[in-house]
Design a protein around this ligand. Sequence first.
Ligand SMILES: CC(C)(COP(=O)(O)OP(=O)(O)OC[C@H]1O[C@@H](n2cnc3c(N)ncnc32)[C@H](O)[C@@H]1OP(=O)(O)O)[C@@H](O)C(=O)NCCC(=O)NCCS
Length: 157
Amino acid sequence: VELRRAVRDDIDVIVWFVDAMLQDMASYGGHPLVEARRRDRLLRAHVDACLVDADHLLLLAVPGGAGSEPLGLVEASVTGLDELLRPKRVLHIHALYVEPGHRRQGVGRALLEAALAWGKERGCQEAALNALIGNPASHLYRATGFQAFQVEMRRRF
Ligand SMILES: CC(C)(COP(=O)(O)OP(=O)(O)OC[C@H]1O[C@@H](n2cnc3c(N)ncnc32)[C@H](O)[C@@H]1OP(=O)(O)O)[C@@H](O)C(=O)NCCC(=O)NCCS
C-alpha cells in the first residue's frame, strides 16, 4: 500500500470515506447524522476547502498498481490553541478511515503515522484527536502514543 496526497479528482472517494466514518461513529454512540444528501453537500464543500488549504493534509492509502482505488484516508490540519493559552501548534487529526475489508493490516497505522510526521515537520508540538468511548480505534491511538487527556461530559434534559 502506498500513501499519496489527495487531488480534486479524489473528491468522490474522500466524501465516501468521511461519510462512512461518520456513520461508524454514530453507531458507536455519536450524534445522529443529518440526511444523506445534506451530508454529501456539506462534506463536498468541506473537502473542496481542505484541498486548497496548505495547513490541511488529505492522504489516501492506495494499493500498488496503476489506477487502483484508494482504501483508506487520513485528514489532519495544523491548528492553534485558544489565544488565552500559550501558543502551541497542534496537529489535529480530523478523520481516519480504512475500508472494512482491509482493516487490521497496518493501513490505519501507516496513515496516522504519516500524518504525525507531516505535523512534526510543520513544527507541531503535539497532536490531538477525539475518539468516542467504545470505538476500537482507541487501541490504535494508544498504540501510537496518544493518551486520554480530558473527558467531555454531557447530560440529557
Ligand atoms: C480505526 C481504523 C482506521 C483502523 O484501521 P486499521 O487499518 O484496521 O488499523 P491497523 O491495522 O493499522 O491497526 C493497528 C493497531 O491498532 C489496533 N487496532 C486497530 N483496530 C483495532 C480493533 N478493531 N480492535 C482492537 N485493536 C485495534 C491494534 O493494536 C492494531 O495492531 P494489530 O492489528 O497488529 O493488533 C479502522 O478500524 C476504521 O476505519 N474504523 C472505522 C472508522 C473510525 O472509527 N475511525 C476513527 C474515528 S475516531
